[in-house]
Structure formats: structure tokens, C-alpha cells
Design a protein around this ligand. Structure first.
Ligand SMILES: [Zn+2]
Length: 354
């Protein structure tokens, strides 16, 4: 395992070292590059990649692995999405995180309210002075990403593992991973969104996939083995490892649903305590009971939430106490990308040389 690292210094003189590893297999094959830790509160990828790299360092595979587990140590050490180097960093002490305040930002730079270039995953291949995060992406692109055949970018959302997919997503690659669902994004990213690693890798002719684990601001050890299995599945599909890829669950593709897709959305009609009977990715039939809302004072059932159509459970509100008009769940109509028990398609022999 070869180590490459470089020291980076922010505008106030604070330094961090960024490291990536190169592991060569014992046979020729593609170059697979895995990046995690661009966003500082997404710790599952950074947590599992050192273990994965050590397991792979025995070298019993084809091709080459390049792994950067902690792309943004400045942000990871703060446990915050990005590193706003020019702001008053002491404000982070006032910050507290909860599921319900996902967009709260002590500097007023919340991701829905501002498109900040402190966000490392918007800076790939972008021109200009982009601060310390931009100098890191420029170095990683030049030394690690360039020359790769496939790029995987690991993130963390607040749902069970899923793939966010934009233009250029390789459906074969996503079905082989075993990640239960692929969520299609707006097919036309704006200039800001287009600065993400997987989009830029796609534009540069590589295959790329961005996927999300299910927790933020938490270690998430419960997902480490799943995460390593997704990576090994992808390596099998790329013929870097031997073996069939058979998943014990369906792989769903959820089409891009603009907000007008109201037919699948269920909202609360009463104030009360919400109780779900389903989980993410469960397949439901029209009329199935999804949740009830009970009165807090009497315990009586005030509302039964039933599936408005066939689909899968796409979303569950994190709220326990709901009020009239509040979103509860969403049932999208998905496409079956790969059925449970069906072997996934692999890439052709020597595909990376073509
Ligand atoms: Zn992220």
C-alpha cells in the first residue's frame, strides 16, 4: 500500500494533511478510485475505508485501487458539512445538530438558502480561488482521479443507503452494488451542482457513482459491513474480484419526481403521535396500512394512513408529533432495476481497455 499525502493550509494558517492510498492487485485490471469524507458530518465512508483498504492490501485482486478516506479533514474534524475558513469558526460551538435542523447553519450558509463554495463537492474542475477545499480537490483530481476508470464517491444522507444519480449514471454499476435504491435527480444540474466529483468524472469519460449511507454526525458502524459488501460487489462486477453478485433484496430505481407528484404523498390531518408500520424500500399495495396517528391525550386513533397506490416506501418523516398539513410519507412508483435472487450483469472482459 503506497501512501501519498500533502499538507494544506487555510487562510488563517491552520494546516491539515490529506492522504490517499494506492493498492495494486496481482493481475492487470481497471483503476477503481474511492473517495469519502468530502462532507465533514458524513463519517461512514471515512470510517470503513481504512478497514477496506487493509483487507484489500493483501493484493488478491485485478487492477488498482486508489482510496482517499478523508478528503476534507478540516471539515471532518469539525463534524460539519464544510469548512468555512473565512468565517468566525468559533461559532461552531453554538451549533447543535438534530434531524429536524438539517439545514441550520451557524454562519447563515444553510444548503437550501445559499450555494456556498465552501462546499467541497461543488469545486471539482472549477476555476478560480476556491480556498483550501478547492486546493485539495485540484490536487486529488490531478494526482489521484486522473487515470482512473471508475470513481465512487461516498457520502451520508439521513435515509438507508441509496444512490443519487444524475446525468451519466451507469445503471449496470448501480445494480451490481447491492444498494437498495437508485434515486434519479434533476437531469439538468445547474452550474453549481455540476461541480460535484461524480459529474466531473463522468464528463471526463470515467464511470462514476455517488452513494449515500444513512447517518450524519454519527459513526454508523452498523453500516460498515454493508458498505464494504457494496464495494466488493462493484469490484466483482468490474471483474477485479471473482464471484457471482446476487442480492437478497430488490434493487429499485425511483424516477425523478418533481414536487407536483402529489398523488404519492400522505400528510397528517390531525395533531397526534405518529406510528409507522413500514420501513424504507418496503413494497406496498394500494390500501396497505402505512401509519396511524393517535391522539396524545386519549390514545385514540385519529387517522389511518394507507398506501394511495402500488409502490415502495420512499420517505418517512423524522417527526414523532405531527400536526395537520405536515408531510408523513411518500410512495413513489419505482422501476425494478434488478430482482432479488437474479445475478447482476457484469462488465465485459477487458472493458476498461476499450
Ligand atoms: Zn455529502
Amino acid at each position: 500500500m503506497e501512501h501519498f499525502s500533502k499538507q494544506f493550509t487555510d487562510c488563517n494558517g491552520n494546516s491539515c494533511r490529506v492522504t490517499w492510498w494506492k493498492i495494486k492487485g496481482n493481475k492487470p485490471g481497471p483503476v477503481l478510485t474511492i473517495v469519502a469524507g468530502q462532507h465533514g458530518m458524513e463519517h461512514v465512508g471515512p470510517g470503513l475505508l481504512p478497514e477496506f483498504a487493509e483487507e484489500m492490501a493483501k493484493g488478491d485482486f485485478s487492477g488498482e485501487l486508489r482510496i482517499c478516506a478523508n478528503a476534507n479533514p478540516f471539515a471532518l474534524l469539525m463534524d460539519y458539512e464544510y469548512y468555512p475558513e473565512k468565517e468566525d469558526l468559533s461559532k461552531i460551538n453554538d451549533y447543535y445538530y438534530s434531524l429536524f435542523r438539517h439545514n441550520y447553519c451557524p454562519w447563515g450558509l444553510g444548503r437550501d438558502t445559499a450555494q456556498t463554495l465552501y462546499n467541497m463537492n461543488r469545486l471539482w474542475q472549477r476555476e478560480g480561488d476556491l480556498g483550501v477545499a478547492g486546493r485539495i480537490t485540484a490536487w486529488l483530481w490531478e494526482d489521484m482521479v486522473t487515470g482512473s476508470d471508475i470513481i465512487l464517491d461516498l457520502h451520508g444522507h439521513q435515509h438507508p443507503a441509496l444512490i443519487y444519480s444524475g446525468e451519466g449514471t451507469d445503471f449496470v454499476l448501480s445494480a451490481m452494488s447491492g444498494i437498495p435504491r437508485l434515486v434519479m435527480e434533476d437531469p439538468s444540474p445547474d452550474n453549481w451542482s455540476a461541480g460535484d466529483l461524480t459529474h466531473q468524472a463522468y464528463l471526463a469519460g470515467m464511470k462514476s457513482l455517488c452513494f449515500e449511507f444513512s447517518v450524519q454526525h454519527a459513526r454508523g458502524e452498523f453500516e460498515f459491513e454493508d458498505g464494504k459488501r457494496y464495494l466488493r460487489n462493484i469490484m466483482k462486477g468490474l471483474r477485479m474480484l471473482d464471484g457471482e453478485i446476487i442480492h437478497d433484496h430488490n434493487i429499485w430505481k425511483i424516477p425523478f419526481n418533481p414536487p407536483e407528484d402529489k398523488k404519492g404523498i400522505l400528510k397528517a390531518e390531525h395533531t397526534g403521535r405518529l406510528r409507522f408500520f413500514v420501513n424504507y424500500d418496503d413494497e406496498v399495495q394500494k390500501g396497505d396500512l402505512l401509519f396511524v396517528i393517535r391522539d396524545v391525550e386519549t390514545g385514540k386513533v385519529l387517522q389511518e394512513g394507507r398506501a394511495p397506490r402500488w409502490g415502495i416506501v420512499g420517505s418517512l418523516t423524522p417527526y414523532t408529533i405531527v400536526k395537520p398539513g405536515m408531510f408523513c410519507t411518500y410512495v413513489p412508483v419505482p422501476e425494478l432495476l434488478l430482482a432479488a435472487g437474479t445475478p447482476a450483469t457484469k462488465f465485459e472482459e477487458n472493458w476498461w481497455q476499450k
